[in-house]
Design a binder for this molecule. Structure first.
Ligand SMILES: CC(=O)N[C@H]1[C@@H](OP(=O)(O)OP(=O)(O)OC[C@H]2O[C@@H](n3ccc(=O)[nH]c3=O)[C@H](O)[C@@H]2O)O[C@H](CO)[C@@H](O)[C@@H]1O[C@H](C)C(=O)N[C@@H](C)C(=O)N[C@H](CCC(=O)O)C(=O)O
Ligand SMILES: Nc1ncnc2c1ncn2[C@@H]1O[C@H](COP(=O)(O)OP(=O)(O)OP(=O)(O)O)[C@@H](O)[C@H]1O
Ligand SMILES: N[C@H](CCC[C@H](N)C(=O)O)C(=O)O
Length: 476
């Protein structure tokens, strides 16, 4: 494509060079530059793309896009084009869509946001659509699935991928005759305009809890970020029981569809209806997730009868209440890393367990501190025994994270042990567990790595569980 074609529908000012350049791709990361690429410079939270211009030019960039005036461009050779745009993050979304041939326009895109349940609801919707015969892709934290096949795992478990990666994947979807795409819209993805040029038919608002406040600068800013989905989506589905979601839904241009614990789309829908359809996924939260998914199918024109006949086959994505049982002990690996998530999962397991509930968890470093004591209190309230350990400490001191969690556990009689090494914490839990006990290992779900400092190690909770049983039986 010629640069002139990319620019023609977008407010751009030519600062230097020619618009007759042939361009082969677009990126905001110098690491991804190839010959003939457009390098879009963005000032980030940590670094400034401006510092990587030299690297981009060495790698073959022929166009530089900036969104700041009065920059010194004298070091940029004359054969390189420099454009000024009002906002780099919007331009990269627009440019990525256009270079990929706007594949989103050929697809029905459903985007799911909320603090908890995005991955689960996306997979439920995807599974229902596939059961109804639609070729469907699911894009989110656990990877890209095209018609049920995992085609790409996402580095860093990113929930909403940058636009420059999303639109080429949407193009692959079109090439594979996929008609429906269900994607997760994270607050950070929405606030950084990753979905700005992705045409969304249905937006789903699940819930608002505590997560990512620190990165957004507060709860209100987090809510504002989630609200962007309402402006992007043609139709909105919202959780009527969540007061913040309900309030937010009033900003929708079209009349929203609601789901709640008692209603669906304005009609009574008691829990028995789900049971009658043999929906059998554990946890009240997953019943709510199923209600959101049913609403999405209703919005797409399916009837209750068609939807109900498919509910019995719904299953959870990897790392969500993932069960393993050995020697009469039931183990659940779950991705609960927020207070609300830990609470609903423990409520489900307490209702299900016949004996003790042993909880192993920690909290991620460089993330909200306020969720730590809240999660400590919830774990202590619902569990018979708590083992505190490291999640992804990242740049933080692991023992300080534990102290923050412990602050919430005072006043509860529950025994609490601390084992910073997650492997040993899991081994200890399995060693003390007896037949009939339930062990919850929370926080990392499907993750295959653990980040301690700036080092990333292979780590998989489920692998450690199996290894721990092997060790226990070897020692006995
Ligand atoms: C908080 C956030 O959104 N971070 C993303 C963001 O970083 P940033 O704005 O701080 O960028 P930066 O690192 O300061 O760099 C500034 C600019 O310099 C460029 N650069 C930087 C280094 C270099 O060598 N060359 C280069 O060109 C960068 O590409 C960028 O354009 O832009 C980067 C480039 O696209 C992303 O890699 C980075 O995501 C990182 C990996 C990340 O971990 N993000 C997580 C927190 C995230 O987005 N999570 C959400 C929410 C998950 C949930 O729901 O729980 C998600 O959707 O995954
Ligand atoms: N509707 C819900 N309400 C509260 N907690 C939930 C709900 N659904 C799932 N959870 C909890 O949240 C965890 C993560 O679920 P899921 O991956 O579906 O959410 P998510 O919003 O995609 O999370 P993330 O974006 O952080 O990956 C689950 O393992 C479970 O503990
Ligand atoms: N997308 C979330 C996942 C958190 C998972 C948990 N294991 C942690 O590391 O805190 C985040 O990056 O905040």
């Amino acid at each position: 494509m010629l640069l002139s074609e990319l620019m023609k529908d977008w407010p751009c000012t030519l600062l230097k060079g020619s618009i007759r350049q042939k361009i082969n791709g677009i990126t905001e990361s110098s690491e991804c530059i190839k010959e003939g690429y457009v390098f879009v410079i963005r000032k980030g939270t940590v670094r400034d793309g401006l510092d990587f211009v030299e690297e981009a030019l060495i790698k073959g960039a022929n166009t530089i896009v900036v969104d700041r005036v009065n920059l010194d461009l004298s070091n940029i050779p004359s054969e390189i084009t420099v454009l000024l745009v009002p906002d780099s993050s919007l331009f990269i979304s627009y440019g990525s869509a256009k270079l990929a041939g706007t594949p989103g326009e050929e697809l029905t895109i459903i985007a799911v946001t909320g603090t908890n349940g995005k991955t689960t609801v996306s997979h439920f919707i995807g599974q229902l659509l596939m059961a109804a015969g639609c070729r469907t892709a699911i894009i989110g934290t656990t990877g890209v699935y095209m018609n049920g096949e995992l085609t790409e795992t996402i580095q860093d478990s990113m929930t909403t991928m940058p636009a420059e990666r999303l639109h080429p994947i949407l193009r692959q979807c079109v090439d594979r005759q996929i008609t429906h795409v269900v994607l997760e819209a994270s607050s950070l993805g929405l606030s950084s305009n990753r979905l700005a040029h992705c045409p969304i038919s249905i937006g789903i608002l699940l819930n608002i809890g505590v997560d990512h406040y620190a990165e957004h600068g507060g709860k209100q800013q987090y809510i504002e970020a989630k609200k962007r989905l309402i402006l992007l989506a043609e139709k909105l589905i919202a959780n009527e029981d969540d007061p913040i979601c309900y309030e937010m839904s009033k900003d929708s241009a079209s009349k929203p569809m609601y789901f709640s614990v008692a209603h669906l789309n304005g009609k009574p829908y008691p829990a028995d209806k789900l049971k009658e359809s043999s929906f059998s996924v554990l946890g009240k939260h997953n019943e709510m997730n199923a209600r959101a998914a049913i609403c999405a199918l209703l919005a797409l024109g399916y009837s209750y009868n068609e939807i109900h006949s498919k509910l019995s086959a719904l299953c959870l994505p990897k790392g969500r209440l993932e069960r393993y049982s050995q020697d009469g002990v039931e183990i659940y690996v779950d991705y609960a890393h927020t207070p609300d998530a830990l609470q609903v999962v423990l409520e489900a397991l307490c209702a299900h367990a016949s004996q003790r509930v042993i909880t192993v968890f920690g909290c991620g470093g460089d993330r909200d501190h306020e969720k730590r004591p809240q999660m400590g209190a919830i774990a202590a309230q619902y569990s018979t025994h708590v083992i505190l350990t490291s999640d992804n400490p990242r740049s933080e001191e692991p023992s300080q994270i534990i102290l923050d969690i412990l602050a919430g556990t005072t006043g509860f009689p529950t025994p609490i042990d601390v084992l910073l090494n997650r492997k040993y914490a899991i081994q200890y839990a399995i060693r003390i567990a007896q037949a009939g006990d339930v062990v919850l290992i929370a926080g990392k779900g499907h993750e295959q790595t653990q980040q301690i400092g700036d080092k990333v190690y292979h780590f998989c909770d489920m692998e450690e569980v199996k290894h721990a049983f092997f060790e226990k039986n070897r020692l006995d």
